[in-house]
Design a protein around this ligand. Structure first.
Ligand code: NAP
Length: 249
Protein backbone atom coordinates (compact mmCIF):
# COMPACT_ATOMS: atom_id res chain seq x y z
CA UNK A 1 0.00 0.00 0.00
CA UNK A 2 1.34 3.45 -0.85
CA UNK A 3 0.79 5.67 2.19
CA UNK A 4 1.26 9.02 0.40
CA UNK A 5 3.49 10.46 3.15
CA UNK A 6 6.37 11.59 0.93
CA UNK A 7 7.49 15.13 1.82
CA UNK A 8 5.15 15.51 4.81
CA UNK A 9 6.49 17.22 7.93
CA UNK A 10 6.24 15.09 11.09
CA UNK A 11 7.07 16.09 14.66
CA UNK A 12 7.75 13.18 17.04
CA UNK A 13 7.84 14.09 20.75
CA UNK A 14 9.79 11.39 22.59
CA UNK A 15 11.82 10.36 19.54
CA UNK A 16 15.22 9.45 20.98
CA UNK A 17 14.71 5.77 21.86
CA UNK A 18 12.30 2.85 22.10
CA UNK A 19 8.85 3.16 20.52
CA UNK A 20 9.31 6.83 19.55
CA UNK A 21 12.56 6.13 17.69
CA UNK A 22 10.91 3.23 15.82
CA UNK A 23 8.03 5.56 14.84
CA UNK A 24 10.49 8.22 13.66
CA UNK A 25 12.35 5.60 11.57
CA UNK A 26 9.13 4.32 10.00
CA UNK A 27 7.91 7.83 9.09
CA UNK A 28 11.36 8.64 7.69
CA UNK A 29 11.28 5.50 5.54
CA UNK A 30 7.94 6.71 4.12
CA UNK A 31 9.64 9.94 3.02
CA UNK A 32 8.60 12.32 5.82
CA UNK A 33 10.78 15.18 7.01
CA UNK A 34 11.32 14.57 10.71
CA UNK A 35 11.44 16.98 13.65
CA UNK A 36 12.71 15.01 16.65
CA UNK A 37 11.98 16.13 20.22
CA UNK A 38 13.04 14.88 23.68
CA UNK A 39 14.72 16.41 26.73
CA UNK A 40 18.21 15.11 26.11
CA UNK A 41 19.99 16.75 23.15
CA UNK A 42 22.63 14.00 22.78
CA UNK A 43 19.90 11.35 22.41
CA UNK A 44 18.23 13.40 19.68
CA UNK A 45 21.47 13.92 17.82
CA UNK A 46 22.18 10.18 17.92
CA UNK A 47 18.66 9.48 16.59
CA UNK A 48 19.17 12.05 13.81
CA UNK A 49 22.51 10.46 12.85
CA UNK A 50 20.86 7.03 12.73
CA UNK A 51 18.10 8.26 10.42
CA UNK A 52 20.39 10.20 8.09
CA UNK A 53 19.15 13.36 6.32
CA UNK A 54 15.78 15.12 6.51
CA UNK A 55 15.81 15.47 10.34
CA UNK A 56 16.02 18.32 12.83
CA UNK A 57 16.55 18.14 16.62
CA UNK A 58 14.42 20.14 19.09
CA UNK A 59 15.42 19.53 22.72
CA UNK A 60 12.85 20.43 25.37
CA UNK A 61 10.77 19.15 28.28
CA UNK A 62 7.30 19.09 26.72
CA UNK A 63 5.57 18.60 30.08
CA UNK A 64 6.18 22.36 30.28
CA UNK A 65 3.79 24.31 28.03
CA UNK A 66 6.35 27.03 27.18
CA UNK A 67 8.95 24.46 26.10
CA UNK A 68 6.31 22.53 24.11
CA UNK A 69 5.47 25.81 22.35
CA UNK A 70 9.12 26.42 21.48
CA UNK A 71 9.55 22.84 20.19
CA UNK A 72 6.47 23.04 17.95
CA UNK A 73 7.30 26.57 16.74
CA UNK A 74 10.90 25.69 15.86
CA UNK A 75 9.87 22.44 14.15
CA UNK A 76 7.21 24.21 12.07
CA UNK A 77 9.66 26.97 11.13
CA UNK A 78 12.25 24.38 10.04
CA UNK A 79 9.88 22.37 7.82
CA UNK A 80 7.41 25.05 6.70
CA UNK A 81 4.47 23.89 8.85
CA UNK A 82 3.46 20.49 10.21
CA UNK A 83 1.33 17.62 8.86
CA UNK A 84 1.84 14.96 11.55
CA UNK A 85 2.26 15.13 15.32
CA UNK A 86 3.22 12.04 17.33
CA UNK A 87 2.80 12.41 21.11
CA UNK A 88 4.93 9.55 22.43
CA UNK A 89 6.69 11.01 25.51
CA UNK A 90 5.76 9.09 28.65
CA UNK A 91 7.15 7.01 31.51
CA UNK A 92 5.45 4.09 33.28
CA UNK A 93 7.80 3.88 36.27
CA UNK A 94 6.20 4.86 39.58
CA UNK A 95 5.78 3.81 43.22
CA UNK A 96 3.94 0.67 44.46
CA UNK A 97 0.15 0.81 44.01
CA UNK A 98 -1.59 2.71 46.77
CA UNK A 99 1.48 4.59 48.03
CA UNK A 100 1.28 7.57 45.64
CA UNK A 101 1.95 10.99 47.20
CA UNK A 102 0.36 14.11 45.74
CA UNK A 103 3.74 15.00 44.23
CA UNK A 104 3.95 11.59 42.54
CA UNK A 105 0.43 11.98 41.10
CA UNK A 106 1.40 15.37 39.65
CA UNK A 107 4.69 14.03 38.26
CA UNK A 108 2.94 11.12 36.54
CA UNK A 109 0.18 13.34 35.13
CA UNK A 110 2.82 15.79 33.87
CA UNK A 111 4.86 13.17 32.00
CA UNK A 112 2.00 10.92 30.78
CA UNK A 113 -0.86 13.38 30.16
CA UNK A 114 0.41 16.97 29.91
CA UNK A 115 3.26 16.05 27.55
CA UNK A 116 0.55 15.10 25.00
CA UNK A 117 -1.93 17.88 25.85
CA UNK A 118 0.84 20.50 25.64
CA UNK A 119 2.12 19.20 22.30
CA UNK A 120 -1.39 19.12 20.83
CA UNK A 121 -2.04 22.71 21.94
CA UNK A 122 1.38 23.88 20.73
CA UNK A 123 1.37 22.11 17.35
CA UNK A 124 -2.28 22.71 16.42
CA UNK A 125 -1.83 26.27 15.05
CA UNK A 126 1.03 25.06 12.82
CA UNK A 127 -0.76 22.02 11.37
CA UNK A 128 -2.11 21.97 7.83
CA UNK A 129 -5.63 20.70 7.01
CA UNK A 130 -5.49 16.96 6.29
CA UNK A 131 -2.99 16.53 9.13
CA UNK A 132 -3.07 13.84 11.81
CA UNK A 133 -2.15 13.46 15.49
CA UNK A 134 -1.32 10.09 17.06
CA UNK A 135 -0.90 9.76 20.84
CA UNK A 136 0.88 6.73 22.26
CA UNK A 137 -1.25 5.70 25.23
CA UNK A 138 -1.36 2.26 26.90
CA UNK A 139 -3.72 -0.63 27.63
CA UNK A 140 -3.05 0.36 31.27
CA UNK A 141 -5.49 3.23 30.64
CA UNK A 142 -8.28 0.79 29.67
CA UNK A 143 -8.31 -1.78 32.49
CA UNK A 144 -6.67 -2.50 35.86
CA UNK A 145 -3.76 -4.69 34.70
CA UNK A 146 -1.32 -4.16 37.56
CA UNK A 147 0.43 -1.14 36.01
CA UNK A 148 1.17 1.81 38.35
CA UNK A 149 -2.01 3.57 39.50
CA UNK A 150 -1.15 7.14 38.48
CA UNK A 151 0.23 5.94 35.12
CA UNK A 152 -3.02 4.07 34.39
CA UNK A 153 -5.14 7.09 35.37
CA UNK A 154 -3.03 9.45 33.23
CA UNK A 155 -3.38 7.20 30.18
CA UNK A 156 -7.15 6.83 30.81
CA UNK A 157 -7.40 10.64 30.84
CA UNK A 158 -5.35 10.81 27.64
CA UNK A 159 -7.74 8.35 25.96
CA UNK A 160 -10.73 10.47 27.01
CA UNK A 161 -9.05 13.62 25.72
CA UNK A 162 -8.33 11.99 22.34
CA UNK A 163 -11.97 10.91 21.95
CA UNK A 164 -13.32 14.34 22.95
CA UNK A 165 -10.85 16.37 20.88
CA UNK A 166 -11.82 14.56 17.66
CA UNK A 167 -14.74 16.94 17.01
CA UNK A 168 -13.03 20.32 17.56
CA UNK A 169 -9.97 19.16 15.63
CA UNK A 170 -12.15 17.91 12.75
CA UNK A 171 -13.34 21.51 12.30
CA UNK A 172 -9.68 22.36 11.59
CA UNK A 173 -9.31 19.46 9.13
CA UNK A 174 -7.26 17.40 11.61
CA UNK A 175 -7.69 13.81 12.84
CA UNK A 176 -6.56 12.52 16.25
CA UNK A 177 -6.21 8.92 17.44
CA UNK A 178 -4.42 7.01 20.17
CA UNK A 179 -2.66 3.68 20.16
CA UNK A 180 -2.79 1.55 23.30
CA UNK A 181 0.23 -0.77 23.20
CA UNK A 182 0.67 -3.78 25.42
CA UNK A 183 4.14 -4.86 26.60
CA UNK A 184 6.84 -3.73 24.17
CA UNK A 185 10.42 -5.05 24.28
CA UNK A 186 13.54 -3.15 23.18
CA UNK A 187 17.13 -2.94 24.45
CA UNK A 188 17.31 -0.80 27.59
CA UNK A 189 13.50 -0.53 27.93
CA UNK A 190 11.21 -1.54 30.80
CA UNK A 191 10.64 -5.11 29.56
CA UNK A 192 14.35 -5.64 28.89
CA UNK A 193 14.93 -4.74 32.57
CA UNK A 194 12.07 -6.96 33.78
CA UNK A 195 13.40 -9.91 31.76
CA UNK A 196 16.86 -9.43 33.26
CA UNK A 197 15.38 -9.39 36.78
CA UNK A 198 12.86 -12.25 36.44
CA UNK A 199 12.71 -14.01 33.06
CA UNK A 200 10.64 -16.94 34.39
CA UNK A 201 8.09 -14.58 35.95
CA UNK A 202 7.72 -12.57 32.72
CA UNK A 203 7.38 -15.75 30.63
CA UNK A 204 4.71 -17.11 33.00
CA UNK A 205 2.80 -13.79 32.79
CA UNK A 206 2.95 -13.85 28.97
CA UNK A 207 1.69 -17.45 28.82
CA UNK A 208 -1.14 -16.64 31.24
CA UNK A 209 -2.22 -13.16 30.08
CA UNK A 210 -1.32 -12.61 26.42
CA UNK A 211 -3.06 -14.53 23.59
CA UNK A 212 0.05 -14.41 21.38
CA UNK A 213 2.23 -15.37 24.36
CA UNK A 214 5.01 -12.88 23.67
CA UNK A 215 6.19 -9.30 24.07
CA UNK A 216 5.59 -6.81 21.24
CA UNK A 217 8.19 -5.00 19.12
CA UNK A 218 8.49 -1.21 18.69
CA UNK A 219 8.18 -1.75 14.90
CA UNK A 220 4.71 -3.25 15.45
CA UNK A 221 3.55 -0.01 17.11
CA UNK A 222 5.37 2.10 14.50
CA UNK A 223 3.57 0.38 11.59
CA UNK A 224 0.15 1.16 13.07
CA UNK A 225 1.21 4.72 13.90
CA UNK A 226 2.36 5.41 10.35
CA UNK A 227 -0.91 4.04 8.95
CA UNK A 228 -2.99 6.22 11.31
CA UNK A 229 -0.90 9.28 10.41
CA UNK A 230 -1.41 8.68 6.69
CA UNK A 231 -4.27 9.76 4.41
CA UNK A 232 -5.18 6.04 4.11
CA UNK A 233 -6.72 6.35 7.60
CA UNK A 234 -8.84 9.33 6.53
CA UNK A 235 -12.09 8.02 8.13
CA UNK A 236 -10.49 7.16 11.51
CA UNK A 237 -10.57 9.77 14.26
CA UNK A 238 -11.30 9.73 18.00
CA UNK A 239 -10.30 6.05 18.20
CA UNK A 240 -8.13 4.16 20.66
CA UNK A 241 -6.50 1.30 18.73
CA UNK A 242 -5.20 -1.59 20.83
CA UNK A 243 -1.99 -3.40 19.82
CA UNK A 244 -1.28 -5.81 22.69
CA UNK A 245 -1.07 -9.36 21.33
CA UNK A 246 -4.48 -10.09 22.84
CA UNK A 247 -3.88 -9.14 26.49
CA UNK A 248 -6.91 -6.89 27.04
CA UNK A 249 -9.95 -9.11 27.36
P1 NAP B 1 11.20 5.40 26.78
O1 NAP B 1 12.13 4.36 26.27
O2 NAP B 1 11.34 5.86 28.20
O3 NAP B 1 11.28 6.68 25.80
C1 NAP B 1 10.55 7.84 26.12
C2 NAP B 1 10.91 8.92 25.13
O4 NAP B 1 10.24 10.14 25.53
C3 NAP B 1 12.39 9.26 25.13
O5 NAP B 1 12.75 9.75 23.85
C4 NAP B 1 12.48 10.39 26.18
O6 NAP B 1 13.68 11.14 25.96
C5 NAP B 1 11.19 11.16 25.85
N1 NAP B 1 10.62 11.93 26.95
C6 NAP B 1 10.27 11.49 28.18
N2 NAP B 1 9.77 12.49 28.91
C7 NAP B 1 9.82 13.61 28.14
C8 NAP B 1 9.46 14.97 28.36
N3 NAP B 1 8.96 15.39 29.52
N4 NAP B 1 9.65 15.86 27.34
C9 NAP B 1 10.17 15.44 26.14
N5 NAP B 1 10.51 14.17 25.90
C10 NAP B 1 10.35 13.26 26.89
O7 NAP B 1 9.64 4.94 26.62
P2 NAP B 1 8.95 3.78 25.74
O8 NAP B 1 8.91 2.54 26.57
O9 NAP B 1 9.49 3.75 24.35
O10 NAP B 1 7.46 4.34 25.74
C11 NAP B 1 7.04 5.32 24.80
C12 NAP B 1 5.55 5.57 25.02
O11 NAP B 1 4.83 4.33 24.89
C13 NAP B 1 5.21 6.11 26.40
O12 NAP B 1 4.17 7.06 26.30
C14 NAP B 1 4.74 4.88 27.15
O13 NAP B 1 3.86 5.19 28.19
C15 NAP B 1 4.05 4.11 26.04
N6 NAP B 1 3.98 2.66 26.27
C16 NAP B 1 5.12 1.92 26.40
C17 NAP B 1 5.01 0.55 26.61
C18 NAP B 1 6.22 -0.35 26.74
O14 NAP B 1 6.05 -1.55 27.01
N7 NAP B 1 7.44 0.16 26.56
C19 NAP B 1 3.74 -0.05 26.71
C20 NAP B 1 2.61 0.74 26.58
C21 NAP B 1 2.73 2.09 26.35
P3 NAP B 1 14.36 12.03 27.15
O15 NAP B 1 14.50 11.14 28.33
O16 NAP B 1 15.66 12.50 26.56
O17 NAP B 1 13.40 13.16 27.37
Amino acid sequence: MKLDLDGRAALVAGASRGIGLAIAKALHEEGCNLALAARNRAGLEAAGALLGGRTSAHPGDVSDIAQAGAVAGDAAARWGGLDILICNAGDGRSVPAGSESEAEWRRMLDVNLFTSLNMIAAARPHMRRGGAIVCISSIAGMAALGAPVAYSAAKAALNAAVKSLARPLALEGLRINAIAPGNILFDGGTWDRKLAEDRAGVEAMLAREVALGRLGKPEEIAALTVFLASPKASFITGSILVADGGQLR
